[in-house]
Every structure is written in C-alpha cells, then in structure tokens.
Design a protein around this ligand. Structure first.
Ligand SMILES: NC(=O)c1ccc[n+]([C@@H]2O[C@H](COP(=O)([O-])OP(=O)(O)OC[C@H]3O[C@@H](n4cnc5c(N)ncnc54)[C@H](O)[C@@H]3O)[C@@H](O)[C@H]2O)c1
Length: 307
C-alpha cells in the first residue's frame, strides 16, 4: 500500500505541487482577496526568519500587520527582521527567541505571552526534517518534538491570547508529503524499526494536521526551501520548484483574506482551495479512536513539560 501511495503522490506532486501547478491554480485566484489593510491586527509566525515563514511575514508586514516572529536563532531572526522592515517600512516586527523543539520553552513563552498580549492569527510554520534519529535535551525525538509537540503546545497555550480578539485564526503549515502516510499513534517517537527522516517528517505532518483539526490547516508544496533537508531532490527538481512566495501564498490567504474567513475550520488547503486529506483508495484514513488516542497522547506528553 505504501508503494501505491508513493506512486500516486509522486504523479500528483509533479502536476500540482510544482511551480507550473501553482501557476495553473493561480489563474483562478481572486487578486482582490489579498488587497487588505492589516494595521491593528497581529500575527505570530513560527520559523519566520527563512523560507515560507519569512515570505509570509513579508507579505503581512507589507499590508501593515504587526508581526511576532518566533525564531530559534537571534542573529538570523534579526537579519530577517531588518530585511522585512526595510522592504515594508513597517516597524511593528517583534522577535521572540524560542526553540520549538523544547516543550518547556514553548510552554513558558506562550504562557508569558498570553498573560500580557493578544494575537489575532497564529501561523504554525516552523518545521524540520532531521534525517538521523536525534533526541532533544528533554529526551524527545527531534522531528516529533518540533513538528508535532511544539506546534500542539504553542497552539494550546496561546488559546487565551487568541480569545476575545476579533476574527482569531490558526493556520498550520502542513505538507503534501503527509498524504503518503497513515497515522501511526503507537510509535510517536520512531523507536521501532529503521529510522527514516522523510517518513518521520510525513508522519509528523499527519499528526500535526490531525491534532489541529478544529483550526485551519493548509499544505504548501515543494518550494525552494527544501534545499537543506533534501539536497539531492532539490538539485534534480530545482527548475520545477515553487518560489518561497508561491509556497507562502495559501498561508497568507488563509491568514488575511475575508474569503478564507467564510471557510469552515479544520480543512486542508492547497492553492487557496480546500482539498482531500487522503489519496483515493490509499487506506490512510484514521479512525476516530486513533485520532482520540493521538490527542490524548499529545496532551499527556505536553503536560509532562508544563511549568
Ligand atoms: N519547502 C517545501 O517544499 C515545503 C513543503 C511542504 C511543507 N513545508 C513546510 O513549510 C514549513 C516551512 O518550511 P520551509 O520549507 O520554509 O523551510 P525552512 O527550513 O526555510 O523553514 C523552517 C523554519 O522553521 C524554523 N525551525 C526549525 N526548527 C525550529 C525550532 N526547533 N525552533 C524554532 N524554529 C525552528 C527554521 O529555523 C526555519 O526558519 C515547514 O513546516 C515545512 O514542513 C515546506
């Protein structure tokens, strides 16, 4: 079954996830959707110093939104902020240094932020694909800690900051890669079998998506930012890859447009359209019991690190 899923996904990916796939989809976009003034609205973006996160931050800053960049590295965050400010002339760009793979740090940051501030839109964008099995200082497998648990804790702990603001939104950047996997709740940290970073990443994205079901999810595909995690793939596909701005387009649309506000929560978007979360005949659908088990497991993990 996984061979079937990979083959169908590959063909679909070449048609839809590439630059030409974006250009075909963009013919149906309503350009006025992004013609908005965001002054007075605030946006928290994780991993906002590079790739899709930075492109998203730039688009929002250009429209006057206040940005909270949640980044791991101070130097890289400051350099990205300077560029965003220079291009947008928007000074309301704030940096918060948080390692999303540290459950404790994520809790502390989100709880402190929620006590003193509000945010209109959370964009869960930070993500990694670590190709060797590696543990964090808290003893968690690094892909799981960053992509799944960090996202879960940040979203949960920020609920107070997102409550009582007008039109709150949560956008989580998933991946088309998740379509190749069926949710496996029994081995969240990839302790069994041979470790495969690409598979671990895709599993994380299934879990990230399933655990964010009440929010708006989207997936973006094959932008230039895969250079570090998948260098040989990047080299072969370079000409076909989307630009970072193309990768960011649906995140921006979900975060700012009035059109996205009319969509029900919990959907999965590709190029400004809600799409299926499973490939046809792929037997990858999880049962309600499996989803409940995932939520219970994430809650239990998260509470272990709650200050
Ligand atoms: N580029 C693609 O083709 C593609 C495809 C599908 C999904 N995505 C998703 O898009 C999102 C953005 O990725 P990208 O492609 O722009 O790559 P990227 O590597 O440029 O961006 C990831 C960002 O997350 C940050 N990050 C990683 N680990 C972190 C940690 N522990 N703490 C804080 N920040 C951390 C990185 O510093 C970086 O800024 C990710 O969630 C990724 O899974 C990307």
């Amino acid at each position: 079954m996984s061979f079937y899923r990979n083959a169908v996904w590959f063909v679909k990916g070449l048609q839809e996830y590439t630059k030409s796939g974006y250009e075909a989809a963009a013919k149906h976009f309503a350009p006025a959707d992004l013609d908005v003034n965001l002054s007075g609205r605030s946006f928290m973006i994780t991993g906002a110093n590079s790739g899709i996160g930075k492109a998203t931050a730039q688009e929002i800053a250009n429209r006057g939104g206040t940005i909270h960049m949640v980044c791991r590295n101070k130097g890289r965050a400051e350099a990205a902020r300077d560029e965003i400010v220079e291009q947008s002339k928007n000074q309301n760009i704030h940096i918060h240094i948080v390692d999303m793979s540290s459950a404790r740090q994520v809790w502390e940051f989100a709880q402190n932020f929620s006590q003193s501030d509000t945010v209109h839109v959370l964009i869960n964008n930070a993500g990694c694909m670590v190709n060797q099995r590696e543990l964090t200082q808290e003893g968690l497998e690094k892909n799981f800690a960053t992509n799944t648990l960090g996202t879960y804790i940040l979203t949960t702990a920020l609920i107070p900051a997102l409550t009582n603001v007008e039109d709150p939104r949560v956008v989580t950047v998933s991946s088309g890669g998740m379509l190749t996997q069926k949710l496996n709740v029994d081995d969240l940290q990839f302790e069994k079998g041979t470790f495969d970073g690409t598979m671990a990443y895709a599993q994380n994205k299934v879990k990230e998506t399933d655990s964010q079901q009440h929010k708006r999810c989207l997936f973006v595909c094959l932008s230039a930012a895969v250079q570090t995690s998948m260098p040989s793939f990047h080299a072969k596909m370079q000409a076909k890859l989307r630009t970072e701005a193309m990768g960011a387009d649906t995140a921006v649309w979900l975060a700012v447009s009035a059109a996205a506000r009319t969509q029900p929560s919990g959907l999965f978007f590709q190029d400004r359209k809600a799409v299926a979360t499973h490939l046809p005949l792929a037997s990858s659908r999880s049962t309600p019991q499996e989803e409940e088990k995932l939520m219970a497991a994430l809650e239990e993990f998260s509470l272990k690190f709650k200050p």
